[in-house]
Design a protein around this ligand. Structure first.
Ligand SMILES: [Zn+2]
Length: 109
């Protein structure tokens, strides 16, 4: 077959063109490995958000350490509580309504 990008002849089973490194047609034949989604406790996330929400505990718990760390740092500036308290309250209600999952798209159970 021929590369759809540069037009040069390439191996029929090629996934990437050897001439231009462009991905070619065979990709869909690659098996997509789906990892099982994380299962985290709904109640635990809710309680962590309620008691330690301003420290980003519910973010650490659901696999978002970066977001948790941001909340933690903002809270430790002291004045930042003005931001993180309403932030945590909003997210508490998001968790309550079931709109909060794990970072990899899993649901809280
Ligand atoms: Zn090519």
């Amino acid at each position: 077959m021929f590369c759809s990008n540069c037009g040069k002849e390439i191996d029929d089973k090629a996934v990437v063109c050897i001439h231009c490194d462009c991905a070619v047609g065979n990709q869909e034949k690659q098996i997509v490995v789906q990892l099982p989604k994380q299962q985290k406790s709904y109640v635990a996330a809710l309680l962590l958000c309620f008691f330690l929400g301003t420290l980003g505990a519910h973010h650490f718990y659901t696999g978002r350490p970066a977001q948790g760390l941001i909340m933690l740092v903002i809270t430790f500036t002291g004045i930042g509580l003005i931001i993180t308290i309403p932030w945590a309250i909003i997210e508490f209600f998001i968790i309550l309504c079931g709109g909060f999952g794990t970072a990899d798209g899993g649901k809280l159970v």
